[in-house]
Design a binder for this molecule. Sequence first.
Ligand SMILES: [Zn+2]
Length: 364
Amino acid sequence: MNKLPVHKFCTTLKNVFFLVILLSIFCSSSVINAQKVYTIVLDAGHGGKDPGNLGNGYKEKDIALKVALIVGKSLSKEKDIKVIYTRKTDTYPDLWKRGEIANTAKADLFVSIHCDSHTSNAYGAGTFVLGLRGNKKNLEIAKRENASILLYEDNYQEKYEGFDSNSAESVIGLSLLQEENLDKSLEIASLIQNNFAYKLRRNNRKVKQDNFQVLRETIMPSVLVELGFLTNRNEGRYLNSSKGQQQMGKAIVDAIKIYINNLKLNTVGEQIIESSNLEVVEFKIQIASGKNKIPTKSYNFKGLKNVQRVKVGSYYKYYYGVTSSYKNAQQALKTAKQKGYKSAFMVAFKNGEKVAVKDVYKMN
Ligand SMILES: [Zn+2]
């Protein structure tokens, strides 16, 4: 009988040990993947009594529905995506109802699909996120939605530790959530818009902020897509064609897949980081963002020093007060607001990846 020499036995034991560790990492991350299903709510604009615009005799409500169904059909093939429609037929759900469908489903993303019209010959595709004024109303809804947690959900104290819809702190938490939603909305909006502009070579009407009612009703990242102008003869014909609808639909699908993938990477990343004690957390105050590349001299930022500029897509984000302490970040936020950056807000990064402030706040 062959006896295993002791050192060999040890090596084998080591290998088994590493294998077990590797396996458990692999399993835990695949479990995470299997658990999370991302819910996308697709909202075909108008419908039923409301035809939308009728440029060149085309019907916005029909084109919007066809594209929404194309997008939904394609996304439904993904194992980790669940699609919900606000309408699948020629009906008109009220705008608040469309928001409620998404809010009740705790959707990860809301996409409203429309076509534009104008008295000029304007053409091109554009993507919209909610403007800042709309955010106020949005915050009210978020508060209301969260108040219903208190009314209708059992054990809310365990599930939403420390949440009190009337406390200032909880409301601040909510407005941080709003700012993060805006950030995420901008991310998916630019993914969609880039596909329109660079893959399909549609005239680029860019990502813009506006106060669309339907976007005010939702409390998750949300965008409104204007596929193009039905009033423009060429664009109207394109959008009314099956080819045009398939192409525009695919542009949206591809963007959503990348967006979901980014969300997934963040989630999986966090789980692994949590088990390995390698946390490097940074808080920053976002004071501005835009297309302009501004030198980070203090005289350009109302006297704020050490401003950081980061390029995200075609935007530049400007951060102030980079720190690993939540307390210092709060102070920096105060300073930024005092200097006149009224809409400044806090963001958090874990090992260089952007994460929700609330995810690292407790830990800190
Ligand atoms: Zn419309």
